[in-house]
Design a protein. Structure first.
Length: 701
């Protein structure tokens, strides 16, 4: 067409959307040329990661539905017009078929039954049992009676027969559930065969096997003689509580009502990868924790009059709460929370992990923010020159993590605003976890607890490791991860570990406790205290097991206001004729510990400790700890195993199973069979306690 040719050019930006799109050229209003384009994702694998993300979302949402039905949604009403689609019905029954038929098997083994009573008119010689109805019948039919020898004898009467019947409304409903499911499977098979595409013979075979399995149970045992009939309304305690019936009802409810998904989680977001990735990150984080911790509650899956629906929607907060079975601590994962108490601008991170740790008043919070962006680190770019030669999260996203940690603050009644976020991490789509470990934004997590973590179906290792470490952290370790977080003032109050000015003493009898408390004093032989152990500023009373049994504990302590050496005979509150020298400590006031210290040792001798340990220990051996490092190590150890002993001699360290942990010249040594099998620097333990514990405790069984 030469120089007169008109050339139209343009750029089509599909953003984060993928899938098929059509380009149509129209001439005079008619479609002249139609091009079908398929848009592939650039940051993840279309064949593996994308399909795995879709599969994870679907699987985990259904798993949450099943968990939801285990303990809540027990009512049913089969007259509801709301039903799942055929495709959804088949997807659900493939997931729950085994539970469905197992519930039917339980019913067949232990069916619900009733004891029926039947009356029949018979000759007197055939009657074995009678009841009040028999007597009333005789009164109404006097012509059937005769008088003989002063007695009234009946020639005929009503006999009573009792028998067990399985033809109950619950069993009729059970057969109805089974037969209805068979009919829907047959209907789905017919619809599947009508599809204008290649049929999968395995699907047909799977349907046939399900039908045969359910029909076999309908035609076995008592169900063979029961007519199917549905409840039209109401509720049965049998379906709410009885083994088998309750499980069958849950499965049937799900098959009937299906899953109403709101917020376009499966349609619009299937094409918008950024939104889909955000949903998947939250669901996958829950999946990683669900197998390790006990699910307490969740509000992702809800129920209304029409059935079940998913409430995971952008702009709406959702929570899942777990309990750590090891120590009872509460773990909460929140999606899209809105922090409304921020003085400046409301912040809304994607996912927030909240940890309520035992022995701490602070709630430890961490941001896991999903960003469907990755910097390719191209040569000669600022990212390549100043950050890393390997792909990683965008710099702007890391800056957002700094903003979250600094902006989300908390204020109580008696203090200024304080940070509540102890760490923030970008979750971004990248697959090579080993390569990423050399990235600056991965190493920054150890330094300031802010950075990035690759997260895809094929790369969940680093995120799993981070979750495990955060949840396993003691309050002290969680504190050490952050820079100047909430609670810094009390934490920076240093403890003088060399000062052992608290005397922990015992009693000779139970009455001595009462006398000491009433007269505010304590006494101990001079011979039992060395001069180097003076002065004593506090006294704590140990109620031993030998004297107090189940009431053994350290509960009372008090500040010493004066001490003097006296002869034993001068202690008139507890008379004894002896000239032995004693220290008599006058106590300002006996106070009670907020949490009594429980015993855990075979014997006991007088000991010295400090006020910090006295106020923060839960068991007597903790009072023997001599350094901050030992205290930190012991706190971590106690969270991981109950099989530990703090040895009476501080130089002998801790006994864990058949191994011993020693602190020696700035190193932590693990000794087993009189050989050092592992060691690490105390400084490394302070920085990364979880990594050191995994290294040391791999020898413990």
């Amino acid at each position: 067409m030469g120089r007169k040719t008109s050339l139209l050019t343009g750029v089509i930006n599909f953003g984060n959307e993928i899938g098929f799109s059509e380009f149509i050229v129209r001439v005079d209003g008619n479609a002249y040329l139609r091009l079908t384009l398929e848009v592939f994702p650039s940051k993840i694998s279309y064949k593996s990661d994308y399909k795995a993300i879709l599969s994870d979302v679907m699987t985990e949402v259904y798993n949450l539905v099943f968990d939801f039905l285990k303990s809540t949604y027990n009512s049913f009403d089969v007259s509801s017009s709301q039903k799942s689609s055929p495709v959804e019905f088949f997807a659900i029954i493939r997931k729950i078929y085994r539970d469905f038929v197992n519930a039917a098997d339980v019913i067949l083994r232990n069916p619900h039954h009733l004891l029926e009573t039947e009356h029949e008119e018979q000759p007197a010689h055939k009657i074995k049992k009678i009841d009040s109805r028999t007597l009333r019948w005789v009164e109404k039919h006097p012509y059937q009676t005769i008088r003989k020898d002063g007695r009234v004898l009946a020639d005929r009467a009503l006999s009573v027969k009792k028998y067990v019947t399985y033809d109950t409304k619950e069993n009729r409903m059970t057969k109805y559930m089974l037969q209805t499911t068979v009919r829907r499977l047959e209907q789905f098979k017919k619809q599947y065969r009508k599809l204008s595409r290649d049929k999968d013979p395995h699907v047909i075979l799977e349907i046939d096997n399900m039908v045969k399995g359910i029909e076999r149970r309908c035609n076995n045992g008592f169900l063979r003689d029961v007519d199917a009939a549905a409840f039209r309304s109401g509720m049965s305690l049998v379906f709410g509580m009885a083994p088998g019936y309750r499980a069958l009802n849950r499965c049937y409810l799900l098959l009937q009502h299906g899953l109403t998904v709101t917020g376009n989680i499966f349609n619009i977001s299937v094409k918008d990868l950024a939104v889909l990735y955000e949903y998947w990150c939250f669901i996958k984080l829950n999946s990683l924790m669900k197998g390790k911790y006990e699910l307490i509650s969740q509000d992702i899956i809800r129920v209304n009059g029409k059935g079940l629906f998913v409430s995971l929607v952008k702009g709406q907060r959702s929570n899942v709460r777990y309990r750590n079975p090891r120590n009872g601590e509460i773990i909460t994962l929140s999606y899209n929370p809105k922090e409304i108490n921020v003085p400046t601008v409301a912040q809304r991170p994607d996912n927030v992990l909240r940890l309520e740790k035992r022995g701490a008043n602070t709630v430890y919070e961490y941001v896991f923010d999903a960003k469907y962006r990755v910097n390719p680190a191209l040569p000669e770019t600022d990212y390549y020159n100043s950050i890393s030669h390997n792909p990683g999260p965008e710099i702007s996203d890391i800056n957002t993590m700094h903003r979250y940690r600094d902006a989300i603050v908390y204020q109580n009644d008696a203090s200024p605003y304080e940070r509540t976020m102890f760490g923030a991490y970008v979750l971004f789509p990248y697959h090579d976890e080993l390569e990423y470990k050399n990235h600056k934004f991965y190493k920054s997590i150890d330094q300031v607890n802010i950075g990035g973590l690759p997260f895809l179906p094929s790369a969940t290792g680093l995120v799993t490791e981070m979750l495990d470490e955060l949840i396993a952290d003691s309050p002290d370790s969680a504190f050490e991860r952050a820079t100047l977080p909430r609670g810094i003032e009390s934490k920076l109050a240093k403890v003088n570990w060399k000062e052992r000015d608290v005397l922990v003493g015992t009693l000779r009898n139970q009455n001595q406790l009462k006398v000491c408390i009433e007269n505010r004093f304590y006494h101990v032989p001079v011979a039992r205290i060395e001069e180097s152990q003076l002065p004593i500023r506090y006294v704590a009373i140990y109620q031993t097991k030998a004297l107090f049994g189940a009431e053994a504990r350290i509960e009372y302590y008090g500040e010493v206001i004066s001490s003097r050496v006296v002869k034993r005979r001068e202690i008139t509150e507890i008379p004894k004729n002896s000239d032995e020298l004693y220290y008599r400590f006058q106590i300002k006031e006996w106070d009670r510990l907020s949490r009594p210290i429980e015993p855990k040792e075979r014997g006991f001798a007088i000991m010295f400790t400090n006020l910090f340990l006295l106020e923060h220990s839960s068991q007597v051996p903790e009072l023997l700890l001599e350094t901050e490092e030992e205290y930190r190590f012991y706190t971590e150890l106690k969270r991981r195993t109950d099989s530990w002993i703090i040895n009476d001699d501080p130089n002998n360290g801790f006994t864990v199973g058949d191994a011993t942990v020693l602190f020696d010249n700035g190193e932590i040594l693990l000794v087993k069979d009189q050989k050092i099998v592992e060691k690490c620097a105390v400084g490394d333990f302070i920085k990364k306690p979880n990594a050191v514990f995994r290294k040391l405790l791999k020898y413990y069984h």
